[in-house]
Design a protein around this ligand. Structure first.
Ligand SMILES: [Zn+2]
Length: 421
């Protein structure tokens, strides 16, 4: 069957109401990091109905991942769709929309052609679009070769205390390495990209810096050691480091590296400030080494020429695929499957289907580096409204994603012999 025939057929038979209802039900399942099970329960039903024979297992007590697959009767490439089930919290959402239809962050209400709610774009639209795509192929009686699999994992978002360390992704990697889940040939991680195809992603580390001097009464400042003045020197050194980084090499898709001071707290008494704390986040370009970036950062701090009476303690609280942070990653922007996916999207959503890079960190490095599977980000939704009170996804874009993913499944896996014309 020609591509054109498939396009028309899929457009004709897509059950748009059912696809939208699937997403609305998913948003209705509150799954703030820690509460993934509530959404996994719904996914189990949907995946079972899709013939994916899902498995679940806790990556931490009461917090399950879910995965499942379907094999064609003929051999062919294997494709995996991956996404995180958790969302950030909703503090302040209801206040922001008080008295308005979108007051309930889990109401999934449609306003002006967009579905609103926590998780709408980050990333339940991606998960639902991929599952609806398989359902659409079934409705069209198109049988895939090879294998299609789905893995939905928890603990990606870092908003909740002590959580968001990619415990779900680590569990998935373990099961792939042990052979319990087959290594896919290619994966799509459904972070929002406005249906562009991101072959690259930044890396990051967060550093908490504690500067300790000695407090003293304001009338006798000579008895103290001023931690705020020392911090001033550290800040100057860090902003010099920032200038070097931003003036340095730039990546085609994600731009130059950078470092940002995000928080500072110090003093507070009418006295010599004895302590000061600051937090920074460093952005890494693909190709940069995380250990090396940390060493550069520590060199910058050490270049501040502080007195011996000042002590500096640095902690890296946000280890992900690397103990100190999240690695940057990229695959060849001309990777065949990435190009093919971009082409499929362009047929259904003219504004999407561009190859690009993610200005955010998510869990593709686990797939690319830990299990050696080329991975892209691609899904409906705009990352700039994720984690905000404006989180929403455009309905037409979401419906186009369902068809785009279905086209890609056909183009990538191929169809069984009886299906070809
Ligand atoms: Zn996300």
């Amino acid at each position: 069957m020609s591509d054109k025939t498939i396009n028309h057929k899929l457009r004709d038979i897509q059950d748009k109401n059912a696809d939208v209802e699937l997403l609305q039900a998913a948003i209705g399942r509150q799954s703030i990091t820690g509460n993934e099970a509530n959404f996994v329960e719904q996914l189990r039903e949907v995946m079972t109905a899709n013939g994916l024979k899902p498995n679940t297992a806790d990556f931490l007590p009461g917090r399950p991942n879910i995965w499942g697959h379907r094999k064609g009767t003929e051999p062919g490439p294997s494709l995996m769709i991956v996404g995180h089930t958790d969302t950030v919290n909703v503090q302040g959402w209801s206040n922001a929309w008080e008295g308005q239809p979108r007051e309930d962050p889990f109401g999934a209400i449609e306003v002006d052609g967009e579905i609103w709610g926590r998780g709408a774009c980050d990333l339940k639209a991606g998960i639902c679009a991929s599952l609806a795509a398989l359902r659409l192929l079934d409705a069209a009686d198109i049988k895939l070769r090879g294998q299609i699999s789905f893995a939905f994992i928890g603990d990606e978002e870092s908003g909740e205390p002590g959580m968001g360390v990619s415990a779900g992704a680590k569990d998935l990697v373990q099961r792939v390495k042990q052979g319990e889940i087959a290594t896919p040939d290619f994966a799509i991680y459904v972070e929002p990209t406005k249906l562009n195809v991101y072959t690259a992603q930044i890396g990051f580390f967060i550093a908490d810096v504690k500067v300790t001097g000695k407090s003293a009464y304001f009338g006798t400042p000579q008895d103290g050691v001023d931690a705020l003045k020392a911090t001033h020197k550290i800040l100057t050194a860090l902003w010099r480091h920032e200038e070097e980084l931003t003036a340095g090499p730039s990546h085609d898709f994600v731009g130059p590296s950078g470092i940002l001071v995000t928080d500072i707290k110090g003093g507070g008494y009418i006295a010599v400030p004895g302590e000061c704390a600051l937090s920074v986040i460093r952005k890494l370009r693909p190709g940069e080494d995380l250990d090396q970036a940390v060493a550069q950062f520590e060199n910058a701090v050490n270049s501040a020429e502080l007195s011996d009476e000042i002590s500096v303690e640095i902690k890296y609280p946000a280890g992900r695929d690397h103990p100190l942070g999240g690695s940057p990653v990229e695959i060849d922007p001309n990777h065949d499957a990435a190009r093919l996916l971009a082409t499929c999207v362009q047929q259904e959503h003219a504004q999407g289907g561009q190859i690009g890079g993610a200005p955010y960190w998510s869990e593709a490095p686990f797939l690319v580096n830990a299990i050696g599977c080329p991975t892209v980000y691609c899904a409906p939704g705009d990352i700039s409204v994720a984690h905000t009170f404006n989180e929403r996804v455009n309905v037409e874009e979401y419906l186009a994603a369902v068809r785009s993913f279905a086209l890609f499944m056909v183009a990538y896996c191929g169809t069984e012999t009886g299906e070809e014309e």
